[in-house]
Design a binder for this molecule. Structure first.
Ligand code: ADE
Length: 231
């Protein structure tokens, strides 16, 4: 199998890249796509840093699918907690993903509804979710499987957080997952999103983010590496 792994930032892919045996690097859209493998698995991997935000993420996912015909996509990174039970350092596995900033409610649509598409909720692949759960349990973390809400916005305002919580009831928010999920849905490629919590998406989240995101990214990377061996 060939598995695509997308992280938005250097710090989110660094830890995986360090352990990879890279056989070829392809540049497209100014992004480096690293093709290779990990020593724990015969699966091929294509690892790429997409850049931040939904458009960068969707474009990157499309190139990954077009150039490498990946059999599955894993999105790895950090996120802000929305659900009250979720703490900094916890891991969230996507059950599904939505775009919290998609809004044609002025036209009578539900917030988050993507006009004229047959779905706005992108459901993660069950098998990938199960593998992620197994790995998270094995490394001794609590398993949180739920909705991930994405938008082109770093959430640090409690009223924005409350709106997202009220309308979409996600476990966490970030800036790429649902865009990658959207691209995977249109291409019929299975996906899962794995996010480590770096902040609480409210006042002070910028400070917590700066303090914790590197550490959280390392945890998320570790999970991905262990997942690859089981896929
Ligand atoms: N990624 C990590 N923390 C985030 C936040 N608070 N908002 C959006 N994306 C994030």
């Amino acid at each position: 199998m060939t598995i695509g792994i997308i992280g938005a930032m250097e710090e989110e892919i660094k830890n995986i890249l360090e352990d990879m045996n890279v056989i070829k690097t392809t540049n497209a859209l100014g992004l480096d796509f690293y093709l290779g493998s990990l020593s724990n698995s015969s699966n091929s991997i294509v690892l790429v840093r997409s850049g931040i935000g939904k458009v960068n993420a969707a474009l990157c996912a499309q190139v990954l699918i077009d150039l490498f015909a990946v059999d599955a996509v894993i999105n790895v990174g950090v996120a802000g907690a929305i659900d009250k039970n979720i703490k900094i350092g916890d891991i969230v596995i996507s059950k599904d993903a939505i775009q919290h900033d998609f809004d044609t409610s002025a036209l009578g649509d539900e917030p988050g509804y993507i006009s004229r598409m047959d779905t706005s909720v992108f459901v993660a692949d069950e098998r990938l979710v199960d593998i992620a759960k197994e790995v998270v349990e094995e490394i001794g973390f609590p398993v949180y499987e739920g909705r991930i809400a994405s938008g082109d916005q770093f959430v640090s305002d409690p009223s924005v957080k409350d709106r997202i919580a009220r309308l979409f009831n996600p476990m966490c928010c970030e800036m790429e997952g649902a865009a990658i999920a959207h691209a995977c849905y249109l291409n019929k490629v299975p996906f899962v999103i794995i996010r480590a919590i770096s902040d609480n998406a409210e006042e002070g989240s910028d400070v917590n983010y700066e303090r914790f995101f590197r550490e959280s990214a390392v945890t998320a990377g570790r999970i991905i590496k262990n997942m690859i061996a089981k896929i």
